[in-house]
Design a protein around this ligand. Structure first.
Ligand SMILES: Cc1ncc(C[n+]2csc(CCOP(=O)(O)OP(=O)(O)O)c2C)c(N)n1
Length: 349
């Protein structure tokens, strides 16, 4: 079947197709603004950009339903924005301001939005994978037909905790989909120098009795048609899946990665940019008669204006005060529950 004629794409509305482009552009403009202000010394710590990979976060999000959840690794700003987090509180978080989404205490690694079913970006490689299994376990226990989407980089698949998570997901039958975003490099190490399974990391799932697939990031129709069976498997049969999506980041591992044009060539980066998924999707929308050049330009302009407003929101925020340093860190210290009083939070029954 041609991917475009897959049921999931035949029922995909024109507005949602345009929205996919809008979301990719929003991530791009947000991150460009963040980069500018990082370079101006407005932020501390890491800045980990998603630009180049936006079709993955947004393509997956376009398939998610109201009972579904997402969680991501350190390259997670795109997933958080795709989940519906507002740019202002996200930018303020990067600026370390109290109007940030986590009150400016942690930067991009605290882009959490539980109300939007997004369970944060996790800086420790693969730390999100057992959490995703736990979320999926909770859905199953509560008999909710939701799916947990867990994003991780290809460098994280060699962490032991990922394999423990796959084992439990396979054993317990958990509705979780692990999405390996294979951008070719973990920091400065190429996948061929870090993994024995060079051509297909997802295939390791077979060892755990878990289905898998290998997908490209350039054609949202194909991506959606290939992800949907994993969603059906999770929703209807409580079975996990591992999907590997080939993608590419244009910037370094983080913005302080000054050597990123040494471990890969500038020509390689330019070649990938010439097939940029967001650009290709824009052309596709024009070919399908859903937008014209001016329409694409307007979406870009709006995203840029939103990012600029987010910077102003961040600039106007107040810095944290020392007396708040311990608040909002542990839920228990801010909520005087019975278990908090006796100092025991687990195994109380
Ligand atoms: C347990 C652990 N070891 C080392 C690091 C340092 N570290 C930060 S990012 C990174 C590479 C991550 O690569 P990948 O999972 O492929 O994600 P990508 O950066 O490509 O999105 C490493 C090793 C870490 N965060 N956690």
């Amino acid at each position: 079947m041609i991917d475009q004629e897959h049921d999931i794409n035949r029922t995909w509305s024109a507005e949602s197709k345009i929205d996919l482009y809008r979301q990719m552009m929003r991530i791009c403009r947000f991150e460009q603004a963040a980069l500018k202000h990082y370079n101006a010394g407005k932020m501390a710590g890491f800045l980990v950009l998603n630009i180049g990979q936006q079709s993955v976060a947004t393509g997956v999000r376009s398939l998610m339903g109201p009972d579904d959840h997402s969680i991501s690794g350190w390259r997670g700003m795109g997933h958080a924005l795709a989940a519906g987090m507002e740019m202002g509180p996200c930018m303020a978080e990067l600026f370390g301001k109290t109007n940030g989404c986590s009150k400016g205490k942690s930067g991009a690694f605290s882009f959490y939005a539980p109300a939007k079913h997004h369970w944060g970006c996790h800086a420790t490689a693969a730390a999100q994978t057992p959490l995703a299994a736990g979320l999926a376990f909770a859905l199953k226990q509560r008999e909710i037909k939701g799916v947990v989407f867990c994003f991780l980089g290809e460098g994280s698949v060699n962490q032991g905790v990922y394999h423990e998570s796959l084992n439990l997901a396979g054993l317990f039958g958990l509705p979780v989909i692990y999405i390996i975003e294979n951008n070719g490099y973990a920091m400065g190490t190429s996948v061929s120098r870090s993994s024995v399974f060079k051509d297909c990391l997802a295939r390791r799932a077979e060892t755990y009795g878990i289905d898998w697939d290998l997908i490209g990031d350039a054609d949202p129709y194909e991506m959606r048609a290939r992800i949907q069976p994993a969603i059906d498997r999770a929703r209807e049969h409580q079975r996990p899946t591992v999907l590997e999506i080939s993608t590419y980041r244009y910037f370094g591992s983080n913005v302080a990665d000054a050597n990123h044009k040494r471990y890969r060539t500038p020509e390689e980066i330019e070649e990938k940019k010439s097939r940029d998924p967001m650009m290709l999707w824009g052309l596709r929308l024009i070919n399908e008669g859903l937008l014209d050049e001016a329409g694409l330009e307007e979406i870009s302009r709006q995203a840029k204006a939103e990012a600029l407003a987010a910077v102003a929101f961040a600039e106007n925020g107040a810095p944290p005060v020392v007396s708040d340093i311990c608040s909002d860190v542990y839920w228990e210290t801010d909520h005087a529950t019975e278990s908090s009083k006796i100092g025991r939070h687990f195994f109380n029954d």
